[in-house]
Write a protein that binds this ligand. Structure first.
Ligand SMILES: Cc1cc2nc3c(=O)[nH]c(=O)nc-3n(C[C@H](O)[C@H](O)[C@H](O)COP(=O)(O)OP(=O)(O)OC[C@H]3O[C@@H](n4cnc5c(N)ncnc54)[C@H](O)[C@@H]3O)c2cc1C
Length: 437
C-alpha cells in the first residue's frame, strides 16, 4: 500500500515544545523551515532573544518534503539576468548561488549534522538537442564569471551516468550533493535550540501589527511583543497574515514518489552515476537514489494547481516508467506533495515591507538557498544599513491578476502542456534525423 506521507518522515523524531510561548521577545520568526531556523540561529548567536512560530507541527513545510537535492541553481539565465538587472548583478547572482551551496555544505560539515550528505553531483539532462546546446553555452558564460565544477556529458557518454536512451546529453554539476532533508531540518533545529532559540509548533501567527517602535504578533491564545519580525513562510504564505507577500509569492505544488525497495544492484544499474538528475523539459522530472541506495525517488509538477497525492500518483508513475521502462510493475511505497514559493521575477528575495522582514521566493531551489538566505536575512535585521546579499536587489513583483489565490493555474498548466508539446515535436524531429539511414 502506498503511504501518502513523505518517505523522509519515516522513523524520524518529532520536536514538540510543551511550554507556552513568551509574551515578549527581541525577534519573532514566522515559519520554522530552513529559512526561519537558519535566521533564528544567526540572530541568537548575535545575542538576540528569538521566538520561532510555526502554524503546524515543526517540520511540516517544504523543508522536510523536498527532493534533498543540494545545488547552487536559480531559475534565471545569465542573459535574462543581464537584461533585467545589468551585468554586475547578473554576475553577483551567479557567485552568490555558488556561495549558497558552499554555505549550506559547510553548515552541515562544520556542525556534523547527520543528514546523509552525499557528494552525488547533479546531472541536468537535455530533453532536446537544442537544450544541450543552450546548456553548453550557458555553462561557458557562467564559467567566465566565476569558475565552478561542471562539465558537459556528450550524448554517447550518458550510459556511464544513466541507463535510459531518453536524453541528448547533459551537464554534470560535480559540486552538487544530496541530503535526507528531514534530517537536515532536525539538525538545524537542534543547532537553533542549543543557541537558545525558542521554537513552537501549532502556533499560527494570525496577525503582525505595529505596536510602539516594534510589532505585536497575535497567535491562537496570546500575543507576543517584539522589536523585529521575519516572515519565513515561502510557499505556505497566507494572505490573512501578509497581503503584501501573498500577492508576490505564488504557491506551486510539487509531487514526489518513492519506489519500494529495488535493491542496490538494480538502482546502480539504472543510475550508475548515482547523481541527482534534473531534466530540461518544461514540466521536468527530478530523481535520485534514496540514501540507502535501494530505492529511487522521483519528483515532478504533476499539476500546477493543488491535487491530492493520490491523484498525482499515476501521473508520476508514468513519468518514472517513461524513463525506466523496466520499472513498469514496481510498486510505490510513498507519494506526497508540498508547496514551493515562486516569485514573479523567478529569483528569491530578502527585504522588508513596513518594517517586517522577509526571505522567500526560492522557486523550488531552496535546500541550499533557504538556509543561506535565512542567515543573510538575519544579518540584514542585525545591520539594516548594510547590504548583505545581491538578493536584496531582486525585488518581489506583483501581478494585477494575482491576489493570493492562484485561480489561473489550470490555464497555466495548459500553457505548459503546449510548451511540452512543442519540445516533444523538436525532440521527435531530432530522433527521426538520428535514425535516418
Ligand atoms: C516536493 C518538493 C520538492 C522540492 N525539492 C527540492 C530539491 O530537491 N532541492 C531544492 O533545492 N529545493 C527543493 N524544494 C524547495 C525547498 O524545499 C524550499 O525552497 C525550502 O524548503 C523553503 O524553505 P522555507 O523555510 O523558506 O519554507 P518551508 O520549509 O515551506 O517553511 C515555511 C513554514 O511556514 C509556516 N507558516 C506559514 N504560515 C504561517 C503562519 N501564519 N504562522 C506560523 N507559521 C506559518 C508553514 O507551516 C511552514 O512550515 C522542493 C520543494 C517541494 C515542495
Amino acid at each position: 500500500m502506498t503511504q501518502f506521507t513523505p518517505y523522509w518522515w519515516q522513523n524520524q523524531p518529532q520536536y514538540r515544545n510543551t511550554e507556552v510561548p513568551p509574551t515578549k521577545a527581541d525577534c519573532v520568526v514566522v515559519g520554522a523551515g530552513f529559512t526561519g531556523l537558519s535566521a533564528a540561529l544567526t540572530l541568537a548567536q548575535a545575542g538576540r532573544d528569538v521566538v520561532v512560530l510555526d502554524s503546524q507541527a515543526i517540520g511540516f513545510g517544504a523543508s522536510t518534503r523536498n527532493g534533498g537535492m543540494l545545488g547552487s541553481g536559480h531559475k534565471v539565465s545569465v542573459a535574462d539576468a543581464k537584461k533585467h538587472y545589468g551585468s554586475d548583478i547578473a554576475a553577483q547572482l551567479h557567485c552568490e548561488a555558488n556561495g549558497s551551496l558552499d554555505f549550506t555544505k559547510s553548515l552541515i560539515i562544520d556542525h556534523k549534522i547527520n543528514c546523509d550528505l552525499q557528494a552525488s553531483g547533479r546531472l541536468r539532462t537535455a530533453w532536446t538537442p537544442q537544450d544541450y546546446s543552450a546548456m553548453a553555452q550557458a555553462n561557458r558564460s557562467l564559467q567566465k564569471i566565476e569558475p565552478f565544477a561542471a562539465r558537459m556529458i556528450k550524448p554517447n557518454a550518458m550510459t556511464e551516468h544513466i541507463n535510459t536512451p531518453l536524453y541528448f546529453g547533459g551537464l554534470l554539476y560535480e559540486g552538487h550533493a544530496c541530503v535526507q532533508p528531514r534530517k537536515l531540518h532536525y539538525g538545524l533545529l537542534q543547532l537553533a535550540l542549543d543557541a537558545g532559540v525558542k521554537v513552537f509548533g501549532d502556533q499560527p501567527a494570525h496577525s503582525v501589527k505595529p505596536r510602539g517602535s516594534g510589532f505585536c504578533i497575535t497567535t491562537k491564545n496570546q500575543s507576543i511583543d517584539c522589536e523585529q519580525v521575519l516572515m519565513a513562510t515561502n510557499g505556505y504564505t497566507q494572505s490573512r497574515v501578509s497581503k503584501f507577500l501573498a500577492r508576490r509569492v505564488l504557491p506551486v505544488p510539487s509531487f514526489i514518489i518513492v519506489t519500494e525497495e529495488l535493491g542496490k544492484d538494480q538502482v546502480q544499474a539504472l543510475l550508475p552515476g548515482g547523481h541527482c538528475m534534473v531534466e530540461t523539459r518544461q514540466r521536468f522530472c527530478y530523481y535520485r537514489p534514496t540514501p540507502c541506495g535501494k530505492r529511487i525517488m522521483l519528483g515532478a509538477r504533476a499539476a500546477l494547481h493543488a491535487i491530492t497525492p493520490a491523484q498525482s500518483l499515476p501521473i508520476l508513475q508514468s513519468k518514472l516508467i517513461e524513463i525506466f521502462p523496466s520499472l513498469k510493475n514496481t510498486k510505490m511505497s510513498h507519494c506526497w506533495t508540498g508547496f514551493t514559493g515562486f516569485s514573479f521575477s523567478k529569483l528569491p528575495n530578502i527585504g522588508s515591507n513596513n518594517g517586517i522582514f522577509h526571505a522567500l521566493g526560492y522557486c523550488g531551489n531552496g535546500v541550499a538557498m533557504a538556509p543561506y538566505l535565512g542567515h543573510k536575512a538575519a544579518l540584514k535585521m542585525l545591520h539594516p544599513q548594510e547590504q548583505h546579499s545581491v538578493f536584496e536587489q531582486t525585488p518581489l513583483q506583483s501581478r494585477s491578476y494575482h491576489h493570493g489565490s492562484p485561480w489561473y493555474m489550470p490555464a497555466a498548466s495548459a500553457w505548459y502542456q503546449t510548451k511540452d508539446w512543442w519540445d516533444n515535436r523538436q525532440r521527435q524531429q531530432a530522433l527521426n534525423q538520428t535514425r535516418r539511414p
